[in-house]
Design a protein around this ligand. Structure first.
Ligand SMILES: [Zn+2]
Length: 470
């Protein structure tokens, strides 16, 4: 069957099926948050495994791995001075138990220049920072943990992350461990408490702080403990080159405060639906398509790290030709598909040219992102990309509803899932079928160059991520 005929069948199949949305509803409404290392995540894995068998994938199995999970207890934040005022707050995953009162210092976006400007003033204080940097024109757009690492380096005793979207939504997101080079529970627990508050609570603090110096009290009680997480894996075996593997995947775990519908049940169901449509061609796809639902992404890319470490070492049994990560795909109602290619000019050119042949437009750009499941593969020289879509409702910035209680099923739409599944399937098909696809495993020096260009080499060396440990 030629590519065009396969495209037609994929599109017809996906556009006439409600399977992806029904599965997503069950995963979110019935199974729940699927937090890394929790019972809910285990149930989610069993459910997805059953679906993979039903879709006709082969070699379907759950890949378990040891990890440190985290359990939420109580959390309170209050203004201690100049008035007594309680504000709603949640602890972030890996936040230690703590009771502290200290002066507050507002670092705004928490970019390097903000901390440099304040210097020694940060020491001994509780930092208030925007959880994300979204200002147009700002060059650095640091991740939460870049800000957290700076707060610690400048001597802060606590960190309060403020949501940038209104709606009384307290923002979450895991914290960097006290020893990022180790995985045990004690090393995984953060060095200082980090908590999340709403936009409105943050603005309240800022209004009081304008009038006089202000101190905050954080009281929180949590638990970091050894547990087990898992990836769910199924294959559509290749007919000519079964040992050459094209991964299409996404993380199925979510944050414990939400349903994790947009982040990332939507990506998972986009990948599953792509696999379901591709499974119809079993026996004619030349290389193996491997569908992977990764566990514990939200708390440190743990599932993808484990999988990359055990399958993509120096002398792998099988060759990973490409990893297409759908974390962030399937959201919104279409028209915002964006393929981030991780510093691979020839792959980027291939995807740009493929749009003519596919008669389908999507954005392609060179964005080296280390904050999702493609990264553990990328540091091992495997070529990767991340397909994302945007939820544009309500003028939201940054993660939108993601990482808040409001990341619920009602924000996800069948059409969004269909569009991402169809694009994911058609891209994976081309990577698997087309001998002109510029497949190439990068050597350590090439990866070093990529990390240098992205400005993140030293941090990866410090955290023991690069060179990769196999
Ligand atoms: Zn995600």
């Amino acid at each position: 069957m030629d590519m065009k005929a396969m495209d037609r069948q994929i599109l017809g199949d996906i556009w006439t099926s409600g399977e992806s949305y029904e599965t997503l509803v069950h995963l979110c409404d019935v199974i729940g948050h699927r937090f890394g290392g929790s019972e809910s995540e285990r149930h989610g894995a069993e459910y997805l495994k059953g679906k993979m068998v039903e879709y006709g994938f082969e070699n379907v199995h759950i890949e378990e791995f040891p990890m440190a999970s985290w359990g939420r207890g109580s959390c309170s934040l209050s203004i201690a001075e100049p008035i007594d005022r309680e504000l709603s707050a949640i602890a972030l995953p890996y936040c230690p138990s703590a009771t502290i009162t200290a002066a507050m210092i507002d670092v705004g976006d928490g970019e390097e220049e903000d901390f440099e400007r304040l210097g020694e003033e940060v020491r001994g204080k509780i930092v208030l920072t925007n959880a994300e940097t979204n200002k147009p024109g700002v060059k650095g757009r640091s991740h939460r943990n870049d800000k957290f690492a700076r707060a610690i380096a400048y001597g802060a005793v606590g960190c309060v992350f403020m949501n940038q979207n209104p709606g009384l939504l307290r923002i979450t997101g895991s914290l960097l461990g006290s020893d990022p080079t180790r995985d045990d529970a004690a090393s995984r627990e953060a060095a200082i408490p980090g908590i999340g508050i709403s936009y409105e609570a943050g603005m309240t603090i800022r209004r009081f702080a304008k009038k006089s110096a202000l101190s905050l009290t954080i009281k929180t009680d949590n638990r970091t403990f050894e547990s087990t997480s898992r990836n769910v894996i199924g294959d559509i075996p290749g007919s000519e080159f079964p040992d050459e593997i094209v991964v299409i995947g996404a993380h199925f775990d979510g944050h414990d405060v939400s349903q994790g519908a947009g982040d990332d049940a939507a990506g998972t169901l986009s990948a599953m639906e792509a696999g379901r449509a591709l499974a119809a061609f079993k026996g004619t796809i030349r290389r193996t398509i491997r569908i992977v639902a990764f566990g514990s992404e939200e708390i440190g890319l743990l599932g993808s790290n484990y999988h990359a470490r055990t399958h993509c070492g120096q002398t792998p049994q099988k060759t990973y030709r490409f990893v297409l990560n759908l974390d962030g795909a399937g959201r919104g109602e279409t028209g915002t598909e964006f393929l981030r290619v991780l510093s691979l000019p020839d792959v980027q050119a291939y995807f740009e040219a493929a749009q003519d042949d596919m008669n389908y437009r999507f954005d392609v750009a060179d964005v080296y992102s280390q904050h999702s499941d493609q990264f553990p593969f990328a540091v091992r020289g495997i070529q990767t990309s991340q397909l994302i879509t945007m939820e544009r409702s309500g003028g939201l910035v940054g993660r939108g509803w993601g990482h808040t209680e409001a990341d619920t099923v009602d924000k996800v739409h069948l059409r969004g899932l269909q569009v991402s599944a169809a694009l994911g399937a058609r891209l994976a098909l081309r990577i698997a079928q087309d001998d002109t696809f510029p497949a190439h495993r990068l050597g350590e020096d090439e990866v070093r160059d990529q990390l240098t260009r992205a400005g993140i080499l030293q941090r990866q060396i410090d955290e023991g991520v690069f060179p990769p440990r196999n």
